[in-house]
Ligand binder design. Structure first.
Ligand code: ARG
Length: 473
């Protein structure tokens, strides 16, 4: 997405206010700066022009403007678009926003025909349309970026289908899991995130144009035609709602906040894992920085920033909800304040996804450290309990027996699997030689062999299913 952001100029003689005839004095300079949105909404220019072209085409088809006027508008808007892309367009603060800037530039180029473009339309339905067109594209970009991140996660999971690490609850070693299985948990979260963006796109892809300022318009417009030209799935069916609600922007930001929250959790894990206290992984140098004072440091800046930027996106969600909550129908200028949180959410989201996909490819896994951590944590205690249950002991009793065995091993400073058979048998006579295959880390993970389980075989199957899903969408 190109930004096309340029400095705006304040020109004193821009006798351009679309409403100037109604006023006795010019708007104060400070107020102009306070109310202007052109500094940030100029990035909607391409969508604004796209919407205007469709609107003008419809006006001509309905004989509301002449075909000559439409031809002039089309040519003029194409030139304006080229000026904007070339960076030669002069954005004027006096013209308040992206809409008036473009309309004025068009009129400067083509004269009266330019002044006819706004027939049957208001900036209220115009901005609602622009934002929907913009967000539709962002949703598509987000879904694509999620897929790329998922693919790099899947590659790593495949590579580590049988790499053993401790699984945690309460950040205490719980049961052994495979690293591939752990990574697949994030694949699942991202899968739901992608479907939230697809869902959000579906609901926002309805055309507001035609609502005009709030009540509709008396011109014989053809809204279906405009919807078709702009690839909308349907029409906003109430003009007051069309110009005033920004629930789609809130939904988009909520979906973004959730995705960021998922990546923030993952980031927290990466940060822990690359701390020497864990020593599970290393993150490639291109994602880290050093310390200006401590020469030994390599800091995981990127995951830390993802965690930090999640706060920022969550904040944008609260901004938008708060922006909306007190507004009476229909359009209020408050809505202009939706742009910056929205743009920043989209930029943060897309950049985070892109960087994360690459970061996955730059992870080095220290398998021995992972395995050692699982080994030291009595992670197979549950397996011993399950073994006793299979030999006929009620689970609650088995739980207690294993607790005593763990206590014994803790005192001896060894793992359960390092106890001799005779020692284990002091806890239950039903224990036989076959216990040792159960107490190993590999035996433990391999036994969780069902859909959703951590067995290496299941991880490979899950990766294959996931890759197929991604490739087919
Ligand atoms: N800049 C405004 C926005 O972002 C555009 C619509 C302004 N409409 C108006 N009547 N002032 O919402």
């Amino acid at each position: 997405m190109s930004e096309n952001k340029q400095e705006t100029t304040s020109s004193l003689n821009a006798k351009s206010e679309a409403w100037s005839g109604r006023f006795n004095e010019p708007v104060a300079e400070l107020v102009k700066r306070y109310t202007a949105s052109v500094d940030f909404d100029q990035r909607l220019a391409a969508f604004d022009i796209q919407g205007s072209l469709a609107h003008a085409k419809m006006l001509a088809a309905q004989k509301i403007i002449s075909t000559e006027d439409f031809a002039a508008i089309e040519k003029g808007l194409t030139e304006v678009q080229a000026d904007i892309e070339a960076g030669t367009f002069e954005w004027l603060l006096d013209l308040e926003d992206v809409h008036l800037n473009i309309e004025k530039a068009l009129t400067d180029k083509i004269g009266d025909a330019g002044k006819r473009l706004h027939t049957g339309r208001s900036r209220n339905d115009q901005i609602a349309t622009d934002v929907r067109l913009y967000l539709r594209e962002v949703c598509d970009d987000a879904i694509e970026a999620i897929k790329k991140l998922q693919m790099s996660l899947l590659d790593l999971a495949e590579e580590h289908a049988d790499t053993i690490m401790p699984g945690f609850t309460h950040l205490q070693v719980a049961q052994p899991v495979t690293f591939g299985h752990h990574l697949l948990a994030y694949y699942e979260m991202l899968k739901r995130d992608a479907s939230r963006f697809a869902d959000c796109r579906k609901r926002l892809n309805q055309l507001p144009l035609g609502a005009a300022a709030l009540a509709g318009t008396s011109y014989p417009i053809d809204r279906e035609m405009v919807a078709k030209l702009l690839d909308f799935d349907g029409l906003c069916e109430n003009s007051l709602d069309a110009v005033s609600d920004r629930d789609f922007a809130i939904e988009f930001t909520a979906a973004s906040a959730l995705l960021m929250t998922h990546l923030s959790r993952f980031s927290e894990e990466l940060i822990l894992w690359c701390s020497p206290r864990f020593g599970f992984i290393e993150i490639a140098d291109r994602f880290c920085t050093g310390s200006s004072i401590m020469p030994q440091k390599k800091n995981p800046d990127v995951p830390e920033l993802v965690r930090g930027k999640t706060g920022r996106v969550n904040g944008h969600l609260v901004s938008l909800l708060t922006l909306m909550k007190g507004q009476p129908l229909a359009y209020n200028k408050d809505n202009q304040e939706d742009k910056e949180p929205l743009f920043d959410t989209a930029d943060t989201l897309l950049m985070t996804l892109e960087i994360y996909a690459d970061m996955m490819r730059g992870i080095t896994v220290h398998k021995d450290n992972m395995r050692q951590a699982a080994f030291e944590g009595y992670a197979t205690a549950t397996d011993l309990a399950d073994y006793l249950v299979k030999k006929g002991m009620p689970f609650r009793d088995a739980h207690e027996v294993v607790a005593l065995a763990v206590r014994y091993a803790v005192d001896k400073k060894c793992d359960l699997s390092e106890l001799r058979l005779e020692e284990l048998q002091t806890f239950s006579e039903t224990i036989t030689e076959d216990i040792f295959s159960v107490l190993t880390l590999d035996g433990s993970v391999a036994s969780r062999d069902h859909i959703g389980g951590t067995a290496p075989k299941q991880v490979l199957l899950a990766v294959a299913r996931a890759k197929k899903t991604i490739q087919s969408t």
